[in-house]
Design a protein around this ligand. Structure first.
Ligand code: PMT
Length: 395
C-alpha cells in the first residue's frame, strides 16, 4: 500500500546511496518527500532528489514556499514514516537533544510518525561515547536505529560506520510502517525450505521447496513485533532483518535445532518440506558409476510429531502438502501430530505450493473449523496464519 515517506538527507558521502533508496521507494509505489540540510546540498543537488522523488525538495526554512504541501508542519503531519538517511553525528545529536534550528530538524520535531535513523559516519565518530549515548537515547524514545555496516570507509579507514545495505533500511521502514505490534513479546519459531539428505559427498536427496512460504511467515511475524527464530534449509532467499536465523541441511539437523528452541517458543509454525527418508549409509567417498545401483533408505525423525508429543504452552501449526486427498490427509495429520491447526496446500492447484509467490490454502483447526482461502500472496497467507495463531494464544 502506498505510504508517505519523508526523507531527511544530511551531509555525508552516503547521500549518493540515498538517491538509489528514494528510487527504490518510488518503485514500490510510495510517495516520497525529500528535505535536505545545507551540508547535504554540498554533496548532491536538490535537483537530483527532486527528479527521483518527483516532488519539490525543501532545503531552506525561510525560502518563500511555492506549495504549502511541503511546508514543514504539512510534511511532519503527512509523514507515515520519517527517515533520516544518512544520519550524521550532528543530526543524531540534535534530534536526541531536541534541537530544532532548520527545516529538517523542525520537521522531525513536529512529526508523530515513527522515525527510522540510519547512521553513517567515520568509525571513530560512530564509536564516540557521545554518539553512542545519543543513539541509545533515540532508541529508548522509540526510534528505529538501522546499524551501520563494517568495512572500508570513504575517509580511508576500515571499521563500523558505512551506511548499511539499502535492503536493511527498506526492512526497517516496513517495520516502522506496521504500527499494530500484536505479536510483541511473543517468540515465534518457523521452519522453512527443503532438507538435503546426503548420499555421498557429492549427491543428495531433496525437494523443490524454495523457502518462500516460511520466510514470509518469519518476516510478517517480525514486522508485527515478534522475536523470530527461523530454522532454514538451504535456500537462496535473504532473511528479513532482525530474524535469528539457524541454517540447517538435513532433517536430523532441523530436528536438533527445532528441539533446542522449542521450550522457549510461544508459536511454532512448520512450513519446511522435510524429507521423510534418508540414505541408510552415507558413502564417505563419491560412489562410482555402475550399471545399476539401489539405495536403502531409513526413516527420518518426524519433527512435528515429536513437537506434538512434547507440547506444553505452545501453539503448534503444521503445513500439509499433498497431490491428492488433501483434506483427508490434512485432518489425519492435524490429529496425529497434536496440532492446533494445519495449513493445507495442494501442489496441483495453480498458484499453490513450491516456488510460487502465491498460495491457495485451507486452514483446519482442532475445533473442527475449516477455512478455504482464495489465491493470495504468501505474505497475506502468512498474516492469516499468524492471526489464527494469536487467536489460539488468547483462548
Ligand atoms: O517453500 P515454498 O517453495 O514456498 O513451498 C511452500 C511449501 C509447499 C513447502 C509449504 O507451503 C508446505 O506445504 N510445507 C509442508 C510440506 C510438507 O512437507 O508437508 P507434509 O505433509 O509432508 O508434512 C506435514 C508437516 O509435518 C509439515 O509441517 C512438515 O514440516 C512436518 N514434517 C514432515 C516430515 C518430517 N519428517 N518432519 C516434519 O516435521
Amino acid at each position: 500500500m502506498s505510504k508517505n515517506i519523508v526523507v531527511a538527507v544530511c551531509g555525508g558521502i552516503a547521500v549518493y546511496k540515498t538517491v538509489d533508496l528514494v528510487s527504490r521507494l518510488k518503485k514500490k509505489g510510495h510517495n516520497v518527500y525529500v528535505m535536505m540540510t545545507k551540508s547535504a546540498c554540498e554533496f548532491v543537488t536538490p535537483l537530483t532528489f527532486q527528479t527521483m522523488s518527483q516532488n519539490e525538495v525543501v532545503t531552506d526554512m525561510f525560502a518563500p514556499v511555492s506549495n504549502w504541501e511541503v511546508e514543514h508542519i504539512s510534511l511532519a503531519t503527512k509523514a507515515d514514516v520519517m527517515l533520516v538517511c544518512p544520519a550524521t553525528a550532528n543530526i543524531i545529536g540534535k534530534i536526541a537533544s531536541g534541537i530544532a534550528d532548520d527545516f529538517v530538524t523542525t520537521t522531525i520535531m513536529a512529526t508523530k510518525a515513527p522515525k527510522v535513523i540510519c547512521p553513517a559516519m567515520n568509525n571513530n565518530m560512530y564509536d564516540n561515547v557521545v554518539v553512542q549515548r545519543n543513539l541509545s537515547k533515540l532508541k529508548n524514545d522509540g526510534c528505529y536505529i538501522v546499524e551501520p555496516g563494517e568495512g572500508f570507509l570513504a575517509c580511508g579507514t576500515v571499521g563500523k560506520g558505512r551506511l548499511t545495505e539499502l535492503e536493511n533500511i527498506e526492512d526497517a521502514i516496513e517495520e516502522a510502517l506496521c504500527t499494530d505490534k500484536d505479536l510483541l513479546g511473543k517468540r515465534v519459531l518457523v521452519t522453512a525450505g527443503p532438507t538435503r539428505e546426503a548420499i555421498d559427498p557429492v549427491r543428495y536427496i531433496t525437494n523443490h521447496s524454495s523457502g518462500k512460504m516460511g520466510y514470509e511467515i518469519a518476516k510478517r511475524a517480525r514486522i508485527r513485533g515478534a522475536e523470530v527464530t527461523l530454522v532454514s534449509g538451504q535456500v537462496s532467499l535473504r532473511p528479513f532483518s532482525g530474524i535469528n536465523i539457524i541454517p540447517v541441511t538435513s532433517a536430523q539437523d532441523m530436528y536438533n535445532a527445532v528441539i533446542n528452541e522449542y521450550d522457549h517458543s510461544d508459536i511454532v509454525i512448520k512450513a519446511a518440506a522435510v524429507a521423510d527418508f534418508t540414505p541408510k549409509d552415507k558413502s564417505e567417498h563419491k560412489i562410482k558409476k555402475s550399471d545399476s545401483m539401489s539405495l536403502e533408505l531409513t526413516k527420518n525423525p518426524d519433527i512435528l510429531m515429536n513437537l506434538g508429543e512434547k507440547k506444553a504452552h505452545q501453539v503448534l501449526v503444521g503445513f500439509c502438502m499433498e497431490t491428492k486427498e488433501l483434506m483427508e490427509n490434512a485432518r489425519k495429520k492435524l490429529a496425529k501430530k497434536n496440532l492446533d491447526f494445519i495449513v493445507a496446500n495442494n501442489l496441483n492447484t495453480k498458484g499453490a505450493g513450491f516456488g510460487t509467490d502465491t498460495n491457495v490454502v485451507t486452514i483446519i483447526d482442532k475445533l473442527g473449523n475449516e477455512q478455504s482461502l482464495d489465491i493470495m500472496s504468501k505474505g497475506d497467507v502468512a498474516d492469516i496464519v499468524l492471526d489464527k495463531a494469536l487467536e489460539f494464544i488468547r483462548k
